[in-house]
Design a protein around this ligand. Structure first.
Ligand code: FAD
Length: 419
């Protein structure tokens, strides 16, 4: 078995930058014409050999978009790798789009928990429907934390238009299990399938397409609603650009790392930190109600491995003390836990005699919400936290005000700027 086949057959139990770079290296030869021709085929578990398998690493920025784009450009010309490059920019587009319309995320968070105890939701998630392919994808997602992009599209479409379940519940099921679960890519993809993103343009799964792209593994003729109308809903709010942070003034500070960006080596910082604090992964999860969290605790444990890997690299890179704050396995992850974390951080600030902390920009999502509570707890201690934003995000995100196609026109310029 070649290296890439081996990588895609495994579901790694830990995430590290070295493994992300290894996956990228093994995939690179396939990122050109092969990807463009083969990427839509879902050959089943362990056989996802024509897509990169990089999403769990990119999601946490164990490897960055710019590194991937540079590596692809060094290996392939633009015309053969355009398809792969534009998929990477789909992520960038969704991140920017949500960043300028955060209420889409908060509204989903309030609408979604009501469905989680509904018997129709539970039946669909446990793969107890009459649609064999849907049942298999539900099981693959729960058991491996991954679904091929085409399967995600078919699954979401069947969920919304054949099973007639709310898209918000389906997005919750994905967030519960996806190893790459991302507030922007997930919420907005579900809205895109429903016809709420490009309004009126929905994605309808059809048996013929499923038969072709699963290579005859499934052929759900007669089982799908192939004539459904798009969902209708309110116009999305107008895009409002937030205040993108400026580089903080040079002063003594402690660097704080969270799971949204695990490559502090490439952050633009004003001088060297006195020490580094790495936050625990539960800060990237949310308690929804007494029964449910935003994501399975197994994903917290996976993210802790990424954070531990980052702590090790930070030690070598910044050559200063690094404090990896422990994850509380049984913790409630509520405001009391965050207050306790704030006390630990405040004690470290005193130890290093600093009142300034710097972290990377927190995009819309659970990490940002919990971090805001943490910052509120630290404010009375006169601890001030600056955020630094990557030049890539600052440059690209503001162009996500409309659809992907006008956004995409900028790709050649961004490739020049970031190569
Ligand atoms: C309903 C639905 C939900 C989704 N939820 C998520 C999610 O929570 N997190 C997530 O990262 N992606 C999500 N996607 C997008 C896409 O399915 C995954 O990014 C992709 O399948 C990851 O596998 P890969 O790394 O092998 O992809 P590749 O095809 O190798 O793509 C390379 C990278 O480009 C980005 N990318 C590719 N396709 C898309 C896309 N359509 N939208 C946004 N970014 C893309 C990802 O970062 C991916 O790692 C969702 C798509 C749908 C239809």
């Amino acid at each position: 078995m070649d290296l890439f086949a081996q990588i895609s057959a495994d579901t790694p139990s830990a995430l590290s930058r070295a493994d992300g770079l290894g996956t990228l290296k093994a995939f690179l030869p396939l990122a050109g014409k092969h990807y463009a021709a083969e990427r839509n085929f879902d050959k089943g578990r362990g056989q996802h050999l024509s897509v990169s398998w990089l999403s769990a690493y990119i999601r946490r920025r164990l490897i960055t978009e710019t590194e991937i784009l540079q590596a692809v450009q060094a290996r392939h010309n633009f015309s053969s790798s355009e398809k792969f490059i534009s998929e990477v920019f789909w992520r960038t587009y969704f991140k920017g789009w949500l960043e300028m319309r955060p209420s889409i995320w908060s509204q989903w968070l309030t609408e979604m928990p009501a469905g989680l105890a509904d018997s129709r939701y539970l039946q669909a998630c446990s793969g107890k429907t009459d649609i064999a392919c849907f049942n298999e994808w539900a099981a693959e997602l729960r058991e491996t934390g991954y679904l091929h992009n085409h399967a995600r599209m078919w699954f979401a479409s069947i969920w919304i238009f054949t099973l007639e379940l709310p898209w918000q519940w389906g997005a919750a099921f994905f967030m519960q299990w996806l190893r790459d679960g991302d507030p922007a890519s997930n919420t907005l993809s579900w809205r895109w399938v429903a016809g709420l993103h490009s309004r009126g343009k929905h994605y309808l799964a059809c048996a013929e397409n499923i038969e072709k792209f699963t290579q005859n593994r499934f052929a759900p003729y007669g089982a799908l609603n192939e004539g459904a109308m798009s969902l209708t809903g309110a116009e999305p709010p107008l895009a409002v650009e937030p205040h993108w942070p400026a580089l903080p003034a040079r002063k003594r500070y402690v660097l704080v790392i969270h799971g949204e960006d695990c490559h502090p080596e490439s952050w633009t910082l004003a001088g060297a930190p006195e020490a580094v604090i790495v936050l625990p992964s539960w800060m990237g999860n949310l308690v929804l109600d007494s029964q449910n969290r935003l994501r399975d605790r197994g994903l917290d444990r996976l993210e802790d491995t990424a954070l531990a890997d980052t702590a090790g690299r930070a030690q070598a890179h910044f050559d200063c003390p690094v404090h990896l704050l422990a994850s509380s396995e049984g913790g409630a992850m509520d405001e009391m836990d965050i207050a306790m974390l704030a006390r630990q951080i405040s004690a470290l600030a005193s130890q290093y005699d600093v009142q300034n902390m710097t972290t990377s920009y927190l995009p819309v999502g659970a990490w940002r919400q919990n971090f805001a509570t943490l910052a509120d707890c630290l404010a009375p201690e006169n601890i001030h936290i600056d955020q630094v934003i990557r030049e890539y995000d600052r440059s690209c995100w503001p162009y996500a005000k409309r659809g992907f196609f006008p956004f995409k026109e900028n790709i050649p310029r961004w490739l020049r700027d970031f190569s």
